[in-house]
Design a protein. Sequence first.
Length: 256
Amino acid sequence: MTEQPKTSSPVTLSTEAQMVTNGPIARTVEALAVPVVLGQLMQFSLSIINLFWVGRLGPSAQDAITTAMVVIWTVYASSSIFLVGTTAMVSRAVGGGDQEGARNTLRQAVLFALMVSTFYAVVGYLLTPWIIQFMGTSPETTRLAIPYVRIFFLSNYFLAVAETVYTAFRASGNTRTPTYVGMFVVAINMVLDPILIFGWGPIPAFGVTGAAIATALSRWAWRYARSASLRAALTTSISPSSSRIAIRSSSIPPLS
């Protein structure tokens, strides 16, 4: 007797989960897209806040921040290629009900982000003077921009891992958590910027470098929220209508 090949039974999502694709289009798109737009605004706000405070130090200092923004957003653009791939793989796993596959994808993505961010940190730190000079800046602007960009490259580890985790959130439908964390980071940066740029009490004035330190410390603060974020990762919590949509998974094992 010929043994029939085994076929896996189709995955059936809950009624609430199916509303992500079958629910009211306008409300669903709004619930998913608005937090993403706000999250991107929070990311851009860090540079704008730095530019606002550093602008009081003079034109050269302001030019240094503007020059650094070009380098930083170029790095962001190159990183988006990897993040788009992570989004596709995690969303496919979550949509197919394969939560374990989604968690494995996230773990591998975080490890890859660590390797890439380490490469950026080393190469970027060493090449920063050449990159700034290549952009044709004045000697004073170059002098001020180099430490700012170097601090960005060294702190890119926190940003790379955070963005990878929050990409998984968005891929599973939870676009709000990354936005809340972004607001938290911006709030800390708003407090630290004037203190580290102009000095306060026993804290000396670091000038343009102080803005870079404030941004790095603000991004480092996300680690305090990481434990909760990882436990909730791949958990969708959207409210496109009066019903609450949830695709829940067990806690993700620690990555470190």
